[in-house]
Design a binder for this molecule. Structure first.
Ligand code: 5AD
Ligand code: FES
Length: 349
Protein backbone atom coordinates (compact mmCIF):
# COMPACT_ATOMS: atom_id res chain seq x y z
CA UNK A 1 0.00 0.00 0.00
CA UNK A 2 2.17 2.80 -1.33
CA UNK A 3 -0.46 5.46 -0.53
CA UNK A 4 -0.35 4.54 3.18
CA UNK A 5 3.42 4.75 3.12
CA UNK A 6 3.25 8.22 1.62
CA UNK A 7 0.76 9.36 4.22
CA UNK A 8 3.06 8.11 6.94
CA UNK A 9 5.98 9.89 5.29
CA UNK A 10 3.99 13.13 5.16
CA UNK A 11 3.20 12.80 8.85
CA UNK A 12 6.81 12.21 9.79
CA UNK A 13 8.66 14.51 7.44
CA UNK A 14 5.96 17.13 6.80
CA UNK A 15 6.81 17.15 3.13
CA UNK A 16 6.45 15.11 -0.04
CA UNK A 17 7.69 15.60 -3.58
CA UNK A 18 5.30 16.74 -6.29
CA UNK A 19 5.09 13.21 -7.73
CA UNK A 20 4.33 11.78 -4.29
CA UNK A 21 1.55 14.29 -3.69
CA UNK A 22 0.05 13.46 -7.09
CA UNK A 23 0.11 9.74 -6.25
CA UNK A 24 -1.52 10.36 -2.89
CA UNK A 25 -4.22 12.54 -4.44
CA UNK A 26 -4.94 9.95 -7.10
CA UNK A 27 -5.19 7.13 -4.55
CA UNK A 28 -6.99 9.15 -1.92
CA UNK A 29 -9.82 6.66 -1.44
CA UNK A 30 -7.35 4.18 0.06
CA UNK A 31 -6.24 6.57 2.78
CA UNK A 32 -9.06 9.08 3.25
CA UNK A 33 -10.14 7.81 6.68
CA UNK A 34 -6.58 7.45 7.95
CA UNK A 35 -5.69 10.93 6.73
CA UNK A 36 -8.74 12.46 8.44
CA UNK A 37 -7.97 10.65 11.71
CA UNK A 38 -4.34 11.80 11.72
CA UNK A 39 -5.37 15.35 10.80
CA UNK A 40 -8.02 15.55 13.55
CA UNK A 41 -5.57 14.23 16.06
CA UNK A 42 -2.90 16.79 15.12
CA UNK A 43 -5.44 19.64 15.12
CA UNK A 44 -6.65 18.61 18.57
CA UNK A 45 -3.12 18.59 19.87
CA UNK A 46 -2.74 22.30 19.11
CA UNK A 47 -6.24 23.67 19.33
CA UNK A 48 -8.21 21.04 21.26
CA UNK A 49 -11.81 20.72 20.20
CA UNK A 50 -12.15 24.45 19.81
CA UNK A 51 -13.42 25.93 16.58
CA UNK A 52 -12.56 29.58 16.19
CA UNK A 53 -15.29 31.76 14.72
CA UNK A 54 -14.27 34.82 12.69
CA UNK A 55 -16.97 37.41 12.10
CA UNK A 56 -16.93 38.10 8.37
CA UNK A 57 -17.94 41.56 7.17
CA UNK A 58 -18.28 41.73 3.39
CA UNK A 59 -18.13 45.48 3.12
CA UNK A 60 -18.00 46.11 -0.64
CA UNK A 61 -18.86 44.06 -3.69
CA UNK A 62 -17.32 46.56 -6.10
CA UNK A 63 -14.22 45.09 -7.71
CA UNK A 64 -11.88 46.37 -10.38
CA UNK A 65 -10.70 42.88 -11.29
CA UNK A 66 -12.14 40.36 -13.69
CA UNK A 67 -11.21 36.92 -12.39
CA UNK A 68 -13.08 34.59 -14.74
CA UNK A 69 -14.61 32.49 -11.95
CA UNK A 70 -15.93 35.24 -9.72
CA UNK A 71 -19.52 36.47 -9.60
CA UNK A 72 -18.62 40.03 -8.54
CA UNK A 73 -16.08 40.55 -11.33
CA UNK A 74 -16.07 44.12 -12.68
CA UNK A 75 -17.60 43.15 -16.03
CA UNK A 76 -20.68 41.56 -14.49
CA UNK A 77 -23.42 44.14 -15.09
CA UNK A 78 -26.06 42.12 -13.26
CA UNK A 79 -24.61 42.60 -9.80
CA UNK A 80 -26.38 45.01 -7.49
CA UNK A 81 -23.31 46.85 -6.17
CA UNK A 82 -23.11 48.07 -2.57
CA UNK A 83 -20.65 49.59 -0.16
CA UNK A 84 -21.05 49.69 3.60
CA UNK A 85 -20.28 53.00 5.25
CA UNK A 86 -17.75 53.23 8.04
CA UNK A 87 -20.67 53.47 10.47
CA UNK A 88 -22.27 50.34 9.04
CA UNK A 89 -18.98 48.47 9.34
CA UNK A 90 -18.58 49.58 12.95
CA UNK A 91 -22.19 48.60 13.62
CA UNK A 92 -21.48 45.11 12.27
CA UNK A 93 -18.49 44.89 14.63
CA UNK A 94 -20.63 46.09 17.53
CA UNK A 95 -23.22 43.46 16.76
CA UNK A 96 -20.52 40.81 16.47
CA UNK A 97 -18.82 41.91 19.66
CA UNK A 98 -22.10 41.61 21.56
CA UNK A 99 -22.49 38.07 20.21
CA UNK A 100 -19.03 37.27 21.57
CA UNK A 101 -16.78 37.60 18.51
CA UNK A 102 -13.21 38.72 19.19
CA UNK A 103 -12.01 38.35 15.63
CA UNK A 104 -13.27 40.31 12.65
CA UNK A 105 -12.54 39.84 8.97
CA UNK A 106 -13.09 42.75 6.59
CA UNK A 107 -13.46 41.34 3.12
CA UNK A 108 -14.22 43.11 -0.11
CA UNK A 109 -13.52 43.30 -3.80
CA UNK A 110 -10.62 45.48 -4.91
CA UNK A 111 -12.60 48.70 -4.66
CA UNK A 112 -10.72 51.98 -5.35
CA UNK A 113 -13.29 53.87 -3.25
CA UNK A 114 -11.75 52.24 -0.20
CA UNK A 115 -8.36 53.80 -0.83
CA UNK A 116 -5.56 53.58 1.71
CA UNK A 117 -6.55 56.61 3.82
CA UNK A 118 -10.13 55.39 4.10
CA UNK A 119 -9.04 51.87 5.05
CA UNK A 120 -6.52 53.16 7.56
CA UNK A 121 -9.24 55.18 9.21
CA UNK A 122 -11.64 52.20 9.34
CA UNK A 123 -9.01 49.81 10.69
CA UNK A 124 -7.82 52.34 13.28
CA UNK A 125 -11.40 52.99 14.42
CA UNK A 126 -12.12 49.29 14.90
CA UNK A 127 -8.78 48.84 16.63
CA UNK A 128 -9.49 51.71 19.00
CA UNK A 129 -12.96 50.50 19.97
CA UNK A 130 -12.20 46.81 20.11
CA UNK A 131 -8.55 46.75 21.04
CA UNK A 132 -8.61 43.14 22.24
CA UNK A 133 -10.04 41.88 18.95
CA UNK A 134 -8.03 40.57 16.02
CA UNK A 135 -8.55 42.43 12.75
CA UNK A 136 -8.09 40.52 9.52
CA UNK A 137 -8.13 42.15 6.10
CA UNK A 138 -9.02 40.45 2.84
CA UNK A 139 -9.01 43.24 0.28
CA UNK A 140 -6.68 41.93 -2.37
CA UNK A 141 -3.41 43.08 -3.86
CA UNK A 142 -1.73 46.25 -2.54
CA UNK A 143 1.89 47.37 -2.40
CA UNK A 144 4.38 47.00 0.46
CA UNK A 145 3.84 50.51 1.76
CA UNK A 146 0.06 50.13 1.92
CA UNK A 147 0.26 46.75 3.63
CA UNK A 148 2.62 48.36 6.15
CA UNK A 149 0.28 51.30 6.77
CA UNK A 150 -2.70 49.02 7.43
CA UNK A 151 -0.59 46.91 9.75
CA UNK A 152 0.46 50.04 11.63
CA UNK A 153 -3.20 51.10 11.84
CA UNK A 154 -3.98 47.90 13.74
CA UNK A 155 -4.60 45.06 11.28
CA UNK A 156 -3.12 41.78 12.51
CA UNK A 157 -3.87 39.32 9.76
CA UNK A 158 -4.29 39.29 6.00
CA UNK A 159 -5.97 36.78 3.70
CA UNK A 160 -4.99 36.56 0.05
CA UNK A 161 -5.49 33.26 -1.71
CA UNK A 162 -2.90 32.54 -4.35
CA UNK A 163 -5.77 30.73 -6.21
CA UNK A 164 -3.39 28.38 -8.08
CA UNK A 165 0.38 28.09 -7.87
CA UNK A 166 0.73 26.99 -11.49
CA UNK A 167 1.46 29.76 -13.96
CA UNK A 168 -0.42 28.23 -16.94
CA UNK A 169 -3.41 27.40 -14.80
CA UNK A 170 -3.36 30.91 -13.34
CA UNK A 171 -3.58 32.28 -16.91
CA UNK A 172 -6.68 30.20 -17.60
CA UNK A 173 -8.48 31.70 -14.60
CA UNK A 174 -7.37 35.34 -14.80
CA UNK A 175 -7.07 38.11 -17.37
CA UNK A 176 -3.62 39.28 -18.48
CA UNK A 177 -3.79 42.29 -16.16
CA UNK A 178 -3.22 39.98 -13.20
CA UNK A 179 -0.04 38.16 -12.28
CA UNK A 180 0.69 35.16 -10.11
CA UNK A 181 4.20 36.41 -9.45
CA UNK A 182 2.89 39.69 -8.03
CA UNK A 183 0.39 37.84 -5.88
CA UNK A 184 3.14 35.70 -4.42
CA UNK A 185 5.19 38.84 -3.80
CA UNK A 186 2.25 40.35 -1.87
CA UNK A 187 2.18 37.28 0.36
CA UNK A 188 5.91 37.48 1.02
CA UNK A 189 5.62 41.21 1.78
CA UNK A 190 2.84 40.62 4.29
CA UNK A 191 4.88 37.99 6.08
CA UNK A 192 7.85 40.31 6.23
CA UNK A 193 5.72 43.09 7.71
CA UNK A 194 4.51 40.77 10.45
CA UNK A 195 0.96 39.87 9.50
CA UNK A 196 -0.42 36.44 10.26
CA UNK A 197 -0.88 35.47 6.63
CA UNK A 198 -3.51 33.32 5.00
CA UNK A 199 -3.34 31.98 1.49
CA UNK A 200 -5.31 29.27 -0.31
CA UNK A 201 -6.96 28.06 -3.46
CA UNK A 202 -10.16 26.70 -4.94
CA UNK A 203 -10.59 22.96 -5.30
CA UNK A 204 -11.92 21.76 -8.63
CA UNK A 205 -11.52 25.07 -10.41
CA UNK A 206 -11.79 24.78 -14.21
CA UNK A 207 -8.84 23.01 -15.89
CA UNK A 208 -7.28 22.10 -12.53
CA UNK A 209 -5.27 18.87 -12.46
CA UNK A 210 -3.78 16.80 -9.64
CA UNK A 211 -0.38 18.20 -10.65
CA UNK A 212 -1.68 21.71 -10.05
CA UNK A 213 -2.98 20.74 -6.61
CA UNK A 214 0.38 19.17 -5.79
CA UNK A 215 2.02 22.47 -6.76
CA UNK A 216 -0.42 24.31 -4.48
CA UNK A 217 0.66 22.10 -1.60
CA UNK A 218 4.33 22.68 -2.38
CA UNK A 219 3.76 26.43 -2.55
CA UNK A 220 2.06 26.33 0.86
CA UNK A 221 4.99 24.36 2.22
CA UNK A 222 7.40 26.98 0.91
CA UNK A 223 5.43 30.06 1.99
CA UNK A 224 4.63 28.59 5.40
CA UNK A 225 1.49 30.69 6.01
CA UNK A 226 -0.44 30.86 9.28
CA UNK A 227 -3.80 30.15 7.63
CA UNK A 228 -4.92 28.28 4.54
CA UNK A 229 -8.38 28.86 3.06
CA UNK A 230 -9.57 26.27 0.61
CA UNK A 231 -13.05 25.65 -0.69
CA UNK A 232 -14.65 24.03 -3.71
CA UNK A 233 -15.03 26.06 -6.89
CA UNK A 234 -18.75 26.69 -7.48
CA UNK A 235 -19.93 28.06 -10.84
CA UNK A 236 -21.61 31.45 -10.97
CA UNK A 237 -24.30 31.86 -13.64
CA UNK A 238 -22.95 35.21 -14.90
CA UNK A 239 -19.42 33.99 -15.62
CA UNK A 240 -17.83 32.11 -18.51
CA UNK A 241 -17.46 29.12 -16.19
CA UNK A 242 -21.22 28.83 -15.63
CA UNK A 243 -21.35 25.31 -17.08
CA UNK A 244 -18.21 24.00 -15.40
CA UNK A 245 -18.68 21.39 -12.67
CA UNK A 246 -18.24 22.38 -9.03
CA UNK A 247 -15.43 21.00 -6.91
CA UNK A 248 -16.29 18.07 -4.66
CA UNK A 249 -16.57 17.64 -0.90
CA UNK A 250 -14.45 14.53 -0.96
CA UNK A 251 -11.46 16.14 -2.68
CA UNK A 252 -11.75 19.32 -0.59
CA UNK A 253 -11.85 17.46 2.71
CA UNK A 254 -8.94 15.23 1.68
CA UNK A 255 -6.87 18.32 0.90
CA UNK A 256 -7.84 19.82 4.27
CA UNK A 257 -6.44 16.69 5.90
CA UNK A 258 -3.20 16.83 3.91
CA UNK A 259 -2.69 20.51 4.77
CA UNK A 260 -3.30 19.84 8.47
CA UNK A 261 -0.82 16.94 8.43
CA UNK A 262 1.80 18.96 6.57
CA UNK A 263 1.38 21.91 8.93
CA UNK A 264 -0.23 20.71 12.19
CA UNK A 265 -0.62 24.17 13.76
CA UNK A 266 -2.16 25.90 10.73
CA UNK A 267 -5.48 27.71 11.06
CA UNK A 268 -7.81 26.04 8.62
CA UNK A 269 -11.35 27.20 7.88
CA UNK A 270 -14.26 24.98 6.95
CA UNK A 271 -15.48 27.41 4.33
CA UNK A 272 -18.92 28.66 3.40
CA UNK A 273 -18.35 27.26 -0.11
CA UNK A 274 -17.90 23.80 1.44
CA UNK A 275 -21.16 24.29 3.33
CA UNK A 276 -22.82 25.36 0.09
CA UNK A 277 -22.12 22.21 -1.93
CA UNK A 278 -23.15 19.91 0.92
CA UNK A 279 -25.49 20.69 3.84
CA UNK A 280 -23.01 18.96 6.16
CA UNK A 281 -19.95 20.24 4.30
CA UNK A 282 -18.52 22.39 7.08
CA UNK A 283 -18.95 19.58 9.62
CA UNK A 284 -17.13 17.24 7.22
CA UNK A 285 -14.41 19.86 6.91
CA UNK A 286 -13.94 20.03 10.69
CA UNK A 287 -13.84 16.24 10.90
CA UNK A 288 -11.13 16.28 8.22
CA UNK A 289 -8.96 18.68 10.23
CA UNK A 290 -10.34 22.22 9.86
CA UNK A 291 -10.62 24.40 12.98
CA UNK A 292 -12.01 27.78 11.90
CA UNK A 293 -15.44 28.98 10.76
CA UNK A 294 -16.31 32.31 9.26
CA UNK A 295 -19.92 33.21 10.01
CA UNK A 296 -21.26 36.27 8.28
CA UNK A 297 -21.76 39.53 10.18
CA UNK A 298 -22.74 41.64 7.15
CA UNK A 299 -26.18 43.27 7.30
CA UNK A 300 -28.76 40.83 5.90
CA UNK A 301 -29.87 43.53 3.45
CA UNK A 302 -26.66 43.15 1.39
CA UNK A 303 -25.81 39.50 2.02
CA UNK A 304 -27.16 38.03 -1.18
CA UNK A 305 -25.33 40.65 -3.24
CA UNK A 306 -21.92 39.35 -2.17
CA UNK A 307 -22.31 36.39 -4.48
CA UNK A 308 -18.95 35.06 -5.66
CA UNK A 309 -20.76 31.83 -6.64
CA UNK A 310 -24.35 30.56 -6.88
CA UNK A 311 -26.56 29.29 -4.03
CA UNK A 312 -24.38 30.65 -1.21
CA UNK A 313 -25.72 29.61 2.20
CA UNK A 314 -26.60 31.83 5.17
CA UNK A 315 -27.64 34.82 3.06
CA UNK A 316 -31.03 35.18 4.80
CA UNK A 317 -30.02 34.65 8.41
CA UNK A 318 -29.22 37.34 10.95
CA UNK A 319 -25.73 37.09 12.48
CA UNK A 320 -27.23 35.85 15.75
CA UNK A 321 -29.13 33.07 13.96
CA UNK A 322 -26.01 31.84 12.18
CA UNK A 323 -24.16 31.94 15.46
CA UNK A 324 -26.70 29.70 17.21
CA UNK A 325 -26.92 27.40 14.20
CA UNK A 326 -23.16 27.00 14.00
CA UNK A 327 -22.80 26.38 17.74
CA UNK A 328 -25.32 23.55 17.46
CA UNK A 329 -23.63 22.12 14.40
CA UNK A 330 -20.29 22.03 16.17
CA UNK A 331 -21.72 20.47 19.30
CA UNK A 332 -23.34 17.73 17.23
CA UNK A 333 -19.89 16.59 16.12
CA UNK A 334 -18.17 17.00 19.48
CA UNK A 335 -16.56 20.41 18.98
CA UNK A 336 -17.42 23.85 20.32
CA UNK A 337 -17.16 27.42 19.09
CA UNK A 338 -14.48 29.21 21.09
CA UNK A 339 -15.02 32.96 21.01
CA UNK A 340 -11.48 34.13 21.54
CA UNK A 341 -9.11 35.80 19.08
CA UNK A 342 -8.01 32.37 17.97
CA UNK A 343 -4.40 33.26 17.42
CA UNK A 344 -1.95 31.05 15.58
CA UNK A 345 0.06 28.80 17.88
CA UNK A 346 3.73 28.33 17.16
CA UNK A 347 4.94 24.83 16.41
CA UNK A 348 6.23 22.88 19.40
CA UNK A 349 9.80 21.87 18.88
N1 5AD B 1 -16.37 29.49 -6.32
C1 5AD B 1 -15.69 29.29 -5.17
N2 5AD B 1 -14.86 30.20 -4.63
C2 5AD B 1 -14.74 31.37 -5.27
N3 5AD B 1 -13.98 32.44 -4.99
C3 5AD B 1 -14.20 33.37 -5.95
N4 5AD B 1 -15.08 32.92 -6.85
C4 5AD B 1 -15.42 31.66 -6.46
C5 5AD B 1 -16.26 30.65 -7.00
N5 5AD B 1 -16.94 30.83 -8.13
C6 5AD B 1 -13.02 32.47 -3.89
C7 5AD B 1 -11.62 32.87 -4.37
C8 5AD B 1 -11.35 34.14 -3.57
C9 5AD B 1 -12.25 33.99 -2.38
C10 5AD B 1 -12.60 35.26 -1.68
O1 5AD B 1 -13.41 33.39 -2.91
O2 5AD B 1 -10.69 31.86 -4.02
O3 5AD B 1 -10.00 34.28 -3.19
FE1 FES C 1 -25.73 30.31 8.96
FE2 FES C 1 -26.64 27.83 9.78
S1 FES C 1 -24.67 28.68 9.84
S2 FES C 1 -27.76 29.56 9.12
Amino acid sequence: MYAKKLLEKLREEKRLSKEEFVYLLEHREEVREDAAAIARDLGNRYYGRSIYPRGLIEFTNYCKNNCYYCGIRAANRNVKRYRLSKEEILKACENGYALGYRSFVLQGGEDPYFHIERMEDIVASIHKRYSECAITLSIGELDYDRYQRLFDAGADRYLLRHETANEEHYRLLHPDSMSLEYRKQCLRDMKKIGYAVGTGFMVGSPYQTMEHLAEDLLFIKELDPHMVGIGPFIPHHDTQFRDKPAGTVELTTFLLSLIRIMKPNVLLPATTALGTIDPKGREKGILAGANVMMPNLSPVMVRKDYALYDNKICTGEEAAECCICQSKRMEMIGYQLDFCRGDYKELES
